[in-house]
Design a protein around this ligand. Structure first.
Ligand code: SUG
Length: 424
């Protein structure tokens, strides 16, 4: 079978909560302390998966990671037995970190280089170390375990551990791939930030370069691009908040890159046929782009070869964005459809449709089928969520032994139902 793009969405975990843990992520900061609705959040995510499946696309999923992460609490000498007791604020924050369901944003799980791009003709995946944010820094050992299960056939896949923690890496959120079609050799674009601004630059250039070497990429088809400092300062904590690419199309905000013209020129030189759709700040300001999450969209090639932009409904509801999108559709650019989806629970923590998925170009027959979805399997997962996911969590509940028990039991029920007990 030909290589296709498979979107692996993270199923929102049963401990989904708003603890305000991500400095530089404006949504996370502004919702910190709010009650969360894990069941609704996971069902919204499953509806998005169902929606994309109904478009005729190949859809997969990843399971939530074990939470609370007792290993992490133990390593920080925070007594998990006293988990329900009041803690000083710094320790309470670390306890919240151990409970975070942030692995739902699988765009940060790994960087993926499909087989046509790599020296050994295998699809390479490097787990992201996510070291900049304590609550995400402990994801990767469990992520790599799950990746090694889903992509276990070593004739087709190579799964790498995260790069050393001296260089922050946030995975596919700072990586884009362009190609004339998914199965053709691609141009891989690694976007990094320079530290020194008011918010952390989470992606280090050296992490990106190490991954490109590990994946055996051809330097002539690899670009390292600096993200604009003003985008990071405005709240674009990942490149995928201001840019998204699919096949020959790059859709980006005018202020996404430090050197926009140089970046576009380098892309056109390396990939003749590239089409670059730039949204000017005069139509959608950087602040509006970040607030609306217009660019945190899934740019997808549909079975009829047209392209669709799956955006968060928040973006559709904002007049400046709507009017720009209406103009784009009325013109004859490469993006022909705009499809809003409701992922509001994830959005309130800074995670739009693009954050919730990891793209892997591969032959689905080479992937462990337990990670692939059809409507019946989505219904199965939705049933488990409806029965076991907590309805509501207040940040003050984090640490409660009864909630811990419920969250652990919910994940165990999922692994049972999905026949994925290997991840227990
Ligand atoms: O890393 N939010 C995530 C959002 C990740 C979005 N992913 C992409 N852009 N690809 C983050 O900042 C919030 C957690 C909290 O505040 O409780 C959080 O981790």
């Amino acid at each position: 079978m030909a290589l296709v793009e498979i979107n692996f969405d993270g199923l929102v975990g049963p401990s989904h909560n708003y603890a305000g843990l991500s400095l530089g992520n404006l949504a996370s900061a502004s919702h910190g302390g709010d009650p969360s609705y894990p069941r609704a959040a996971a069902l919204q995510g499953l509806d998005k998966m169902r929606h994309n499946l109904a478009l005729g696309l190949t859809q997969g999923f990843f399971c939530p990671l074990p939470r609370p992460n007792l290993r992490f609490l133990d390593a920080l000498a925070i007594n998990a037995d006293a988990a329900g007791a009041p803690l000083p604020p710094d320790q309470a924050r670390l306890r919240a970190a151990a409970w975070s369901a942030s692995a739902m944003w699988t765009a940060n799980a790994a960087t993926v280089s499909p087989a046509p791009d790599t020296a050994d003709g295998r699809c390479h995946l490097s787990a992201a170390n996510l070291v900049t944010m304590p609550h995400r820094s402990h994801e990767w050992p469990d992520t790599v375990r799950q990746l090694r299960l889903a992509f276990s056939v070593t004739a087709h896949f190579a799964v790498h551990d995260a790069v050393p923690a001296c260089f922050g890496d946030e995975g596919a959120a700072n990586h884009m791939r362009m190609a004339l079609d998914h199965g053709a050799p691609g141009l891989e674009l690694f976007v990094y930030g320079r530290p020194g601004g008011r918010f952390p630059a989470r992606q280090h250039e050296q992490a990106s370069r190490a991954i490109a070497r590990a994946h055996g990429l051809d330097p002539a088809r690899t670009l390292f691009i600096e993200q604009s400092a003003e985008a990071i300062a405005a709240g674009a904590f990942h490149n995928d908040v201001v840019a998204v690419a699919n096949e020959r199309v790059l859709f980006a905000h005018e202020q996404a890159f430090a050197d926009p013209e140089g970046t576009y020129g380098a892309i056109r030189a390396a990939l003749p046929g590239a089409e670059i759709v730039v949204v000017p700040a005069s139509a959608v300001s950087l602040a509006e782009a970040i607030k609306s999450y217009l660019f945190n969209a899934q740019l997808l090639t549909l079975p009829d070869a047209t392209m669709a932009l799956v955006i968060p409904s928040e973006a559709w509801d904002r007049p400046a964005v709507r009017s720009w999108l209406d103009g784009m559709i009325a013109g004859n650019g490469p993006i022909r459809h705009v499809l809003p989806v409701d992922v509001r629970q994830s959005m309130a923590n800074g995670g739009g449709p693009a954050c919730l998925r990891l793209r892997v170009v591969a032959d689905p027959a080479t992937v462990d089928p337990r990670f692939l979805l059809d409507p019946a399997r989505i219904d199965l997962l939705a049933g488990v969520v409806a029965r076991h996911w907590p309805e509501q969590i207040d940040p003050a509940d984090l640490g409660s032994p009864a909630l811990a028990e419920a969250v652990i039991a919910a994940r165990a029920a999922l692994l049972d139902a999905a026949d994925l007990r290997d991840l227990a």
